[in-house]
Ligand binder design. Structure first.
Ligand code: HSE
Length: 439
């Protein structure tokens, strides 16, 4: 009989509590699948006095994460406190130095200190598993690290933040403003404590940095990710996208280009026919373009206690089985340096919404500026402002939306052309520009 794996859990919030429950409820299945029992023997959390619905009978309380990480009674340290630094960092490092395995759901910590921790895991022989850090219950890390070990990856992209997808879905379906939908997301508990972390794209960037490292064998580096959030998206962009056969999603995209690996997070127009466009509400999804195979899309819950616990417990089961994969899919000294790809050199199609003067020659002027930069247009839509009387010259001079979809071009060509259009004084306000990602 192999002795059970002794687990210590730091953090008893929604996820920590769900992990304790899952291990208890799934004890027989876990033991059958892992070849040995899994037992939570000790826990720690900020407050011992806090009322919990969790039954902690027979589980020891330890006073600090560091004390738990150094406790000789545990084999596997599970970090569910969150935060990109202390106390999680020192506790995980101590656990690894003690030769223990570590399981964490902490995307911020892995994106920031993943390399340092992976080195410690390699040196001391423990596992460092973080499946729950990206897409919660979606087994995307295992897919990239193990399932696709023999497949080159050209691109990995996805909806990695449920809050943003919830907001964009409601804006699109109900014509609501960004601010109204954000308020609802906060009320429903989807958004992070500081919603800017979600809506400005940083949460997605951390998750993308982890996926890019696994997909391309590069060092995990959040600083290499270009980031743009969704707060500038207006309901009229979503309406126009719909009419043109697209949806707008906040995507994290990591792609191999002739100029290097591009990592970027930004609102993106995706064809309505793509798998990723079907993903609505808080659901997450990741598409992987592997060499020689059609794309693989994984869809599922990217947050929540049960969904996150599902991945954490699977990682613990791997530790119980004795699996010690390299955290980023290969030894740390074989990971390549990561460079931030300059967005000016990004190439792709663009959606542009301009508020143009409704006067003869305006669209011709805009088209001339684009042509000068060799930008070819796939479609042009000009609307009349509702209620405008065609005979009323004063009203005709008021701005109307002009929507352009370009074929593939470079980002600096788009910037140069739009600066020239602004100099021509044929538009008011700043142009709205959204990148298009084709499947
Ligand atoms: N705030 C995140 C989201 C939670 O909305 O997806 C999971 O990381």
């Amino acid at each position: 009989m192999v002795a059970p794996l002794r687990v210590g859990i730091a953090g008893l919030g929604t996820v920590g509590a769900a992990v304790v429950r899952t291990i208890e409820e799934q004890a027989r299945t876990l033991s059958a699948r892992s070849g040995r029992g899994i037992r939570v023997v000790a826990v720690t959390a900020r407050s011992k006095a806090k009322k919990r619905t969790l039954d902690l009978d027979g589980i020891d309380w330890v006073n600090s994460p560091l004390a738990l990480a150094n406790d000789p009674r545990i084999d596997c340290f599970v970090e569910l406190m969150g935060g990109s630094g202390e106390p999680a960092l020192s506790a995980i490092e101590a656990a690894l130095k003690n030769g223990k395995s570590v399981v964490t759901a902490n995307k911020a910590l892995i994106a920031k200190h993943g390399l340092r921790l992976a080195k410690a895991a390699e040196k001391h022989g423990g596992a460092l598993n973080f499946e729950a850090a990206v897409g919660a219950a979606i087994p995307v890390i295992k897919t990239l690290r193990e399932g696709l070990a023999g497949t080159g990856v050209n691109r990995v992209y996805g909806i990695l933040n449920g809050t943003c997808n919830y907001i964009l879905t409601r804006m699109e379906q109900e014509g609501l403003s960004f601010a109204e939908c954000l308020k609802d997301a906060q009320r429903l508990g989807y958004a992070e404590a500081n919603p800017s972390f979600d809506v400005d794209g940083h949460d997605t960037a951390q998750k993308l940095a982890i996926l890019a490292s696994l997909a391309f064998g590069t060092k995990v580096a959040q600083s290499a990710v270009y980031v743009e959030g969704i707060s500038s998206i207006a309901p009229e962009d979503l309406r126009a996208a719909d009419e043109l056969g697209y949806r707008v999603k906040l995507l994290g995209v990591a792609v191999r280009t002739p100029k290097g690996i591009e990592q970027r997070v930004h609102p993106t127009m995706v064809p309505k026919s793509s798998s990723i466009a079907q993903v609505m509400g808080v659901t997450n999804a990741v598409t992987i373009d592997g060499e020689g195979i059609p794309p693989i899309t994984l869809v599922g819950p990217g947050a929540g206690g049960a969904a996150t616990a599902s991945a954490v417990v699977a990682d613990i089961a791997d530790v119980a089985r004795g699996i010690r994969a390299n955290p980023f899919g290969r030894p740390v000294d074989r990971l390549r340096d990561t460079k931030k790809a300059p967005m000016e050199r990004h190439e792709g199609g663009y959606y542009i919404r301009l508020m143009a003067r409704d006067l003869p020659g305006t669209v011709a002027k805009i088209a001339t500026r684009l042509a000068k930069e060799k930008i070819s247009l796939e479609s042009v839509v000009q609307r009349h402002a509702e209620g405008v009387d065609a005979t009323d010259a004063a009203k005709k001079a008021s701005p109307v939306p002009v929507i352009l979809i370009t074929y593939a071009t470079s980002e600096d060509a788009i910037h140069r052309a739009l600066e020239a259009v602004q100099r021509d004084k044929v538009i008011s306000g700043r142009p709205q520009v959204i990148r298009i990602e084709k499947n």
